[in-house]
Design a protein. Structure first.
Length: 104
């Protein structure tokens, strides 16, 4: 419903991006709606750096820094990424939730 709720509902919670990183306003994107890879970049990919990973058995959470913004990516199964490794992120832009500034 809003950025506050998006930040704490779900495990892991939705990634929150500052204005200008994914779109013109603040935006949110669930970890499962971001693809991660090592292949050459194309128009839809953004370079990030792996911070750490969490292997949860049936999935791996890859925590990266994208222009200084912490982002969590959910990968099915085991994913072997090393801290400091450069990776490419490809967000599913049709799944981005834009947050409008709330007026109090």
């Amino acid at each position: 419903a809003n950025e506050f709720v998006a930040g704490f509902i779900g495990t892991p919670p939705m990634n929150i991006f500052p204005a200008g990183l994914l779109c013109a306003c603040r935006a949110g994107l669930r970890p499962e709606h971001i693809a991660i890879g090592r292949a050459a970049a194309d128009g839809g990919a953004m370079t990030a750096e792996v911070d750490f990973t969490e292997s949860l058995g049936s999935e791996t959470l890859v925590h990266v820094l994208l222009r200084g913004v912490p982002v969590t990516v959910r990968v099915p199964g085991f994913a072997a990424y090393r801290a400091g490794e450069k990776v490419l992120l490809r967000p599913e832009m049709d799944k981005v939730v834009e947050f409008q500034e709330e007026k109090i």
